[in-house]
Write a protein that binds this ligand. Structure first.
Ligand code: IPM
Ligand code: MG
Length: 377
């Protein structure tokens, strides 16, 4: 029997292209795992009315972790239009399956390292090495939304006198998305960030929010960060507003180290950080819970490149490296990252985004060649 059981979910668009790249590398490494294919994504929404079918949830429950390619997410009305005719008028509502997965399996921590690999021609600077900790189940992604606004919700909100002025607009004309955050959720993501900083010898943790405007939720987050920071006296806590940090990240990204934020701000800042180190083609990510994890590059499904084997597989290969880290397969992780770094540094084989013309799988083959050599060769 193989050492690990891993759910294998290509998902949508270029998800399949990059998962094939992952397959080439994992096979070259002779990683001792059994892979269980699982259905997820847009096709299953259109054909079955559910982008995350029950059978997939069952597979995930029977595996150690999952590797995931990419997902197409569309707004509610556009999604409804693409449903199979027999499924229309059944009141089905599209909800992003990756967001659902994060909630269903309580994958509370989204870890997104953004490192400037030497030789990457797309580096904004060569001395950037950031790690984003994004809270992954709460905030604006909690899915508590209304449109039109029910009278009872309106009445409840009128506990706050600032709500009154919206009455004149008409409840049909009001949409509400909520940012619900818990002290436990805030403390947990801050602790993860500090623990990581401690174990990886990182010099600071920056908490990102907007407590001057979002006084309650932002305030909760900042207080949680300050409280957790007390347990780590050697690691300074820096505080930044989301708008200011976007500016500072462009001015002095090299000054930052570990960043931590709630769900939506973490989503935004992680794309910004990815842009500093080569873009989404290099951005790896891990959705981590207490017992389960789903590894998924930050990039989306890029439908226009679907099946063209054009996109950069580095994000996916570095995501596999995060999976090895999580499984505590340290030697595998080091070997894979070193092989990726070597291909990046040589800058001879690469996809269009780095100014070269190789296909996705050629880049994977180049990495696969180096993973079989001991580190340091
Ligand atoms: C990400 C993506 C997702 C998100 C989308 C696809 C729902 O942008 O993983 O960062 O917003 O979390
Ligand atoms: Mg995102």
């Amino acid at each position: 029997m193989a050492k690990y059981k891993i759910a294998w979910m290509p998902g949508d668009g270029v998800g399949n292209d990059v998962m094939e790249a992952a397959r080439i590398v994992r096979d070259a490494m002779k990683f001792d795992a059994e892979y269980i294919p699982a259905d997820i994504g847009w096709d299953f929404w259109c054909k079955e009315g559910d982008p995350l079918p029950e059978r997939t949830i069952k597979i995930l429950k029977e595996t150690d972790c999952a590797l995931f390619g990419a997902i197409t997410s569309k707004p509610r009305d556009e999604a409804a239009e693409e449903l199979a005719p027999e499924l229309r008028d059944k009141g089905l509502v599209y909800f992003s399956p990756i967001v659902r997965l994060r909630q269903l399996f309580n994958l509370h921590t989204n870890l997104r390292p953004c490192k400037a690999f030497p030789g990457n021609p797309l580096n904004y600077r060569n001395d950037i090495d950031l790690v984003v900790f994004r809270e992954n189940t709460e905030g604006m992604y909690g899915g508590v939304e209304f449109h039109p606004l029910p009278q009872s919700v309106f009445d409840a909100l009128c506990l706050n006198p600032k709500m009154k002025k919206f009455e004149a607009k008409g409840l049909d004309n009001i949409a509400l998305s909520t940012r619900i955050m818990s002290k436990q959720g805030c403390e947990s993501i801050c602790r993860q960030a500090f623990e990581y900083a401690k174990t990886h010898d990182r010099k600071s943790v920056t908490i990102i929010d907007k407590p001057n405007v979002l006084r309650e939720t932002g305030g909760l987050m900042i207080r949680a960060a300050r409280e957790i920071a007390k347990d780590y006296p050697d690691i300074p806590l820096w505080e930044a507003n989301i708008d200011a940090i976007c500016m500072w990240m462009i001015k002095n990204p090299q000054d930052y180290d570990v960043l931590v934020a709630e769900n939506m701000f973490g989503d935004i800042i992680s794309d910004l950080c990815a842009g500093l180190v080569g873009g989404l083609g290099f951005a790896c990510a891990a959705n981590i819970g207490d017992e389960y994890a789903v590894f998924e590059p930050t990039h989306g499904s890029a439908p226009k490149y679907d099946g063209m084997y054009k996109v950069n597989p580095m994000a996916m290969l570095l995501t596999v490296k995060l999976m090895f880290d999580w499984l505590k397969e340290d030697e595998m992780a080091t070997r894979l990252e070193a092989a990726c770094a070597r291909v990046i540094k040589e800058n001879k084989i690469g996809t269009y985004d780095v100014g070269l013309s190789n296909k996705t799988l050629e880049v994977a083959e180049a990495v696969a060649k180096y993973v079989t050599e001991p580190v340091g060769v």
